[in-house]
Ligand binder design. Structure first.
Ligand code: IMP
Ligand code: MG
Length: 182
């Protein structure tokens, strides 16, 4: 079967409505305190752009590209967080924004590296959380939607680099293996 986006899981309107609520939760939580938002590339791109435009509070944006290794020989290797790209987070209140909480490896690595860099606080936000047993449990402070344990594309999420541009989130049809990490 050809691999392609199938059933729409979340349409544009649902996403926009949830983002209004999520932005409100975040605004209330920080109460006007200046924050640094760390976006996790590439998947956060569209979510982040739509989310930050709902804020009027003082914030700085930093972007980080986290590399995940899929390596049979070293499956336990944690994702590499290039902290040098992040600038100073010491003493700052950091909100990490990612596309999806899947195994938890990415968010767990970011939380521990940013904490170790001396951030005043580190909170985690993901558009999606998969309902599954996460290999690394993290506390998601802000979550857009909890979805079934299926592979999804669109609204920033890709399969082998494709379909990030879809305005909605769709289930990937014909998919039955671990995707290449881009
Ligand atoms: P983690 O497994 O929680 O560390 O997530 C690592 C990365 O895998 C995420 O940031 C996504 O880029 C990617 N990923 C996990 N599940 C999906 C999916 O269903 N669709 C597209 N990308 C995914
Ligand atoms: Mg990806």
């Amino acid at each position: 079967m050809e691999v392609r986006p199938g059933k729409v899981l979340l349409d544009e309107k649902e996403i926009a409505a949830r983002l209004d609520g999520l932005a409100e939760e975040i605004r209330e939580f920080y109460g006007g305190m200046p924050i640094v938002i760390v976006g996790v590339l590439d998947g956060c791109l569209i979510f982040l752009a739509d989310l930050v435009r709902r804020f009027e509070m003082p914030l700085e944006l930093a972007l980080v590209k986290v590399r995940t290794y899929i390596d049979e020989a070293a499956p336990q290797k944690p994702p590499d967080v290039p902290m040098g790209e992040l600038g100073g987070v010491a003493g700052r209140h950091v909100l990490v924004v990612d596309d999806i909480y899947d195994t938890g490896a990415t968010l767990a690595a970011l939380k521990s590296e940013i904490t170790a860099a001396g951030a005043g606080s580190v909170r985690l936000c993901a558009l999606l959380e998969k309902k599954r047993e996460h290999e690394q449990e993290v506390h998601l402070d802000f979550c857009g939607f909890r979805i079934p344990d299926v592979f999804v594309v669109g609204y920033g999420l890709d399969y082998a680099g494709r379909w990030r541009n879809l305005p909605h989130v769709a289930v990937l049809e014909g998919y039955d293996e671990t995707p290449p990490v881009v």
